[in-house]
Design a protein around this ligand. Sequence first.
Ligand SMILES: [Zn+2]
Length: 84
Amino acid sequence: MKRPPFDYTDGDESGPARGQQADYEEFEATELYCPKCGQAVPVRKSLLLILPEGDKYEYRCRQCGSTVGDKMDKSGQFYGILKT
Ligand SMILES: [Zn+2]
């Protein structure tokens, strides 16, 4: 019996920050669901803010331009050395 690998297609990243060390590959969202278009659309990533804990990016629908998501890119190493 084979089990298909789980496919995490949940793009919601609004959960609490995780204190994991970044040893995994960061996934890059290229398609997100756009409520206006009513479907998953290709998105454009743009830098919104640069914060001490990381860079904040925003994803915009390429078809209608509305914001469909955002994301924090954590500079984990930099942050890690400051804490002892
Ligand atoms: Zn759209």
